[in-house]
Design a binder for this molecule. Sequence first.
Ligand code: HEC
Length: 122
Amino acid sequence: MYKWIMSGIVTVACLFAVGLLIYALPEKEPSESAEPSSSFVVPDAPVQAEAAERIYKSSCLSCHGDQLEGRLGPKLSQVGATLTKEQIYKQIAKGGGGMPKFEGKLSEEELVTITNWLAEKK
Ligand code: HEC
């Protein structure tokens, strides 16, 4: 009788181990990189000028100037003519070339708002 109980426990333990293995395996796959891929698209949204200007004034004005005329950073008054939305977004989110990154400082929504606003500057 004892033997049967033991083999029952062993069987259940084995099944549990196999189940755990199957469950855990997919998690070992390399996680997707946080870098936006080339198919990354900034969602279209109606330009919220007021919100965008608020973000601009508090985060960007010091380097890009009161009228987007440029100062420490390049002028942005026609940035929509030279950069795609995705390039603008990436520059803001990731920074680089002397510009700090704003990912983490601004919310995803704020990043999209300021991107769509700048993309209209042509
Ligand atoms: C500390 C100064 C600084 C701040 C603050 C800053 N930028 Fe910049 N920005 C720069 C510099 C410097 C560059 C040039 C980067 C390069 O040439 O690679 C730049 C480049 C850019 C570009 C690309 C322009 C182009 O023609 O290539 C965009 C778009 C931009 N910034 C948007 C923003 C926005 C939006 C904010 C606020 C959320 C911001 N920046 C805040 C310094 C700054």
